[in-house]
Design a protein around this ligand. Structure first.
Ligand SMILES: [Zn+2]
Length: 288
């Protein structure tokens, strides 16, 4: 299929109590692992691209990275019959505008650096632009911090305030909202618990699909409960990096191996299995 706007599937997930996986990709093989897993699970899925991925793919040039990933995402989606969206994560205004013009079907505008009023103003403009090209727009209220390789976190979790979230959604008309419930980006062990009471308070007054960032570090029973309580899109990156890298390492244990295909192939296979497992866990299998 051609790349799709994922919002009909995310809304279906909301109504039926499952979640769509948004899987981060930094390389061609990772994109292939995602769409192959979605295909075999008969599931809708998102290829998710981070700012760091763009810098990597574009070798420091974000615009070049966007162009590469737009083409790779398009071809990958066309290679399968399940609905695949291409999502740009945590982007600024310029990146959102470029991504939409290049065919991304979903974008997240991260206006966290601005005041509430300024964030609303800027988000409205980008929502209008996204909707004019039939793309989905996500925004964020609250702060999901990031851990470094030692597990140290750069800032405190700032839980999403329910009233702020409701007001922001009403004022901006965004399609989906990322909320902060205690998860942290880049945590390597599944040890974090979500503040599910906060989720209930938010869900009571915000009726659009809610998004979990940093799902890799969250205990699976909390991810499952969160999905039941209204998380409809779950972002997965760290768990996929772990699987991919273990796949490479398994081959490179042999010091004589020099052929990239011999380690990137097994890495792709390992990530494919992990994406399948997450799709099943999120309840999205068979929902294409
Ligand atoms: Zn995030």
């Amino acid at each position: 299929m051609t790349l799709v706007n994922p919002i009909p599937w995310i809304r279906r997930a909301q109504h039926e109590g499952f979640a769509i996986g948004a899987f981060n990709a930094n390389t061609l093989e990772q994109v292939q692992a995602i769409v192959a897993a979605a295909q075999i699970e008969d599931a809708p899925a998102l290829i998710q691209i981070s700012h760091r991925a763009l810098q990597h793919v574009g070798d420091g040039n974000v615009t070049l990275g966007l162009r590469y990933m737009a083409e790779i995402g398009r071809i990958a989606a066309q290679s399968v019959r399940v609905p695949i969206g291409l999502h740009l994560d945590h982007a600024n205004e310029s990146e959102v505008i470029q991504a939409l013009s290049l065919g991304f079907t979903s974008v997240m505008f991260d206006g966290g650096e601005f005041s509430f009023e300024e964030n609303v103003k800027r988000t409205i403009k980008l929502r209008q632009l996204a909707h004019s090209v039939n793309a989905c727009i996500e925004a964020e209220m609250g702060e999901v911090p990031r851990a470094d390789s030692k597990g140290n976190v750069d800032e405190a979790v700032e839980y999403t305030d329910p009233a702020d979230a409701a007001e922001f959604v009403r004022a901006t008309g965004v399609d989906t909202l990322a909320i902060a419930l205690g998860s942290v980006h880049a945590i390597r062990q599944k040890e974090v618990e979500l503040n599910l009471d906060q989720l209930k308070l938010i869900r009571a007054i915000v009726d659009i699909p809610l998004v979990l960032h940093g799902s890799s570090g969250v205990k699976d029973e909390h991810v499952a409960q969160g999905i039941k309580l209204g998380l409809c899109k779950c972002n997965v990156a760290t768990q996929l990096s772990q699987a991919f890298t273990l796949g490479v390492r398994g081959v490179l244990a042999n010091a004589d191996e020099i052929d990239p295909r011999r380690y990137l192939g097994p890495a792709r296979d390992a990530m494919f299995e992990r994406v399948r497992e997450r799709i099943q866990f999120f309840g999205a299998a068979g929902k294409a």
